[in-house]
Ligand binder design. Structure first.
Ligand code: HEC
Length: 510
């Protein structure tokens, strides 16, 4: 696998992880609270199948979405005594593949019990059986069914789905000091504000008892009053037939049920959000990718690709990543972030008309920053009549005098140093951390000269085509060292090596 694919996979993995952290609903266990199952058939051994059995209990459904259920096996003998130290083989089978874990001791403890933990990452139905050594053969206990379903608890649903659209509109009157609670009204509908202790738990308790009171048989007080079906001093707060009424009605329904663990028909937010999604065809996916990464429509060659399998799509995407257009796009993305192109002549001319970067580097490069300027007094001005420097702050010659194109090329190349490092890392498939740890910079003949190297230097790796078009694009990795044009105070223990740190140390970034 090329490291670019690896790079891509890492980024995709990072994004998916973030999305999941944000959206993954906790799994809860349906019917697990007191689900029990007894043994089947009559064993020949000492185990009493009728009094032995399996139970499941929800332990936790923490925010990481990993629901844990404790499964307890009780083994009792025909005399009614707990059987200790007895070998039990627990088996859990899931209706879906993967993401299921069962940890269990091998034998029953002193009280004839064996407690196992069952956890699932995905919604699934799990069938648990226990094969107990009964002295002669094995007796099977179970099956016990545990459902991990991805819906929200009442408290979670209150916070996530119901508070905002419905009850945030009631609390103005229905709080401790609100209109609805003013004596002589003995109002039971007193809500707590977000951030109060037990915000969700308290409010769900209050609302549960209101929801279970009928104004007419089957019509809940909690639904009837705010929707104006019965006189309410607060008036019609929730418009009949509105989406809010639907949210309230569904929640009231759930509050009225005796056995709500998860809520029959309660839809997980993630499922609901994804329900209407359908995947693009492979060719449309490629078209999107080409537009996003290369700013190009599908080519006739793309149209002709078979794309019958995901592998073929992957191959087409990898080929797309190898194009110069994709590299340009990545560079553009990094420029959006670093905005180092503000130092290019094209941009600076519209702002202050100077090669800002070169000017800033007066101390660093000394007179050499004018290496590419036309001849004149001091070797740096482009108008011998006035001695005004080209490319200096306040120059009235943004381009009307002898325009120092080579000076612009040098300034542009210096500005592009960090982005060329990005291009290099991308194109060579280097690890992403090279962007921060690279012990080299990217230079072309212009910047190499600025940094004090000449074609005789051992570091000079550039070709002999000395045209601006060629030189501007000819970026090579270069390890800087102390040169007369790039003076460095010797670093303790390091000497006069130039300390590189990838993107962090080029002049355009510092
Ligand atoms: C403008 C103030 C106001 C708003 C807003 C308001 N109410 Fe009321 N509500 C009252 C008052 C006053 C009472 C007591 C007199 C009555 O029953 O009409 C009351 C009573 C109730 C009762 C009866 C409580 C009991 O103990 O019998 C319920 C249920 C109720 N409101 C639900 C709601 C819901 C649900 C909302 C929000 C969707 C809401 N109210 C918004 C003022 C308001």
């Amino acid at each position: 696998m090329s490291s670019k694919v690896l790079l891509l996979q890492r980024r995709v993995a990072l994004l998916t992880t973030l999305a999941l952290l944000g959206a993954c609903p906790p799994l809860v266990v349906d019917g697990g609270a007191d689900a029990t199952a007894e043994g089947e058939g009559e064993g020949n051994g000492d185990v009493d199948v009728d009094s032995s059995g399996l139970t499941a209990d929800r332990v936790v459904a923490p925010a990481d979405g990993l629901a844990v259920v404790s499964v307890t096996v009780v083994v009792v003998d025909r005399a009614g005594a707990p059987v200790t130290g007895r070998a039990v083989q627990l088996t859990a089978t899931s209706s879906t593949t993967g993401a299921l874990a069962l940890t269990a001791p091998e034998t029953t403890a002193g009280d004839g019990r064996l407690v196992a933990r069952l956890s699932a990452l995905r919604p699934t139905t799990v069938t648990v059986t226990a094969d107990v050594d009964d002295g002669v053969a094995t007796t099977r206990l179970g099956p016990l069914t545990v459902t991990f379903s991805p819906c929200l608890s009442l408290e979670e649903a209150f916070v996530a789905d119901v508070w905002g659209p419905v009850f945030s509109r009631c609390i103005g009157c229905h709080n401790e000091y609100g209109l609805a609670v003013t004596p002589p009204t003995a109002n039971r509908h007193v809500l707590r504000f977000p951030g109060d202790v037990d915000f969700a738990a308290h409010n769900v308790d209050v609302l549960r008892s209101l929801a279970r009171q009928d104004v007419t048989p089957g019509l809940s007080l909690l639904l009837a009053l705010p929707t104006g079906q019965v006189g309410h001093s607060g008036g019609v707060v929730i418009a009949p037939d509105s989406p809010e009424e639907q949210v309230l009605a569904t929640f009231v329904e759930r509050l009225r049920r005796e056995d709500d663990v998860c809520g029959e028909g309660a839809v997980a937010p993630l499922e609901a959000a994804l329900a209407d999604l359908s995947l693009l065809s492979r060719r449309s996916t490629l078209a999107r990718a080409r537009l996003a990464l290369a700013s190009q429509p599908l080519s006739p060659a793309d149209e002709a690709l078979p794309l019958a399998t995901d592998e073929e799509l992957d191959a087409a995407l990898v080929a797309l990543l190898d194009t110069p257009a994709a590299a340009n796009r990545v560079v553009a993305i990094y420029n959006d972030w670093l905005w180092t192109d503000r130092f290019t002549r094209e941009v600076t001319r519209t702002t202050s008309g100077v090669n800002q970067l070169l000017v800033r580097l007066a101390a660093q490069f000394g007179p050499r920053r004018f290496y590419f300027q036309p001849e004149g007094t001091g070797g740096q001005q482009c108008d011998p009549a006035t001695d005004v420097c080209c490319g200096e702050a306040g120059s009235p010659y943004p381009g009307s005098c002898v325009q120092p194109t080579a000076g612009n090329n040098a300034a542009d190349s210096l500005a592009r140093e960090p982005l060329e490092l990005v291009r290099h890392v991308w194109s060579e498939g280097l690890p992403v951390d090279t962007l921060a740890t690279g012990d080299f910079t990217m230079a072309n003949p212009y910047t190499a000269i600025l940094y004090g190297f000449n074609p005789q230097a051992p570091e000079w790796t550039f070709d002999d085509v000395n045209t601006a078009a060629n030189d501007r694009a000819e970026f090579h990795p270069l390890r800087l060292r102390d040169t007369p044009a790039n003076e460095l105070v010797a670093q303790p223990g390091v000497g006069d090596r130039f300390p590189h740190a990838g993107l962090l140390t080029p002049h355009a970034v510092m």
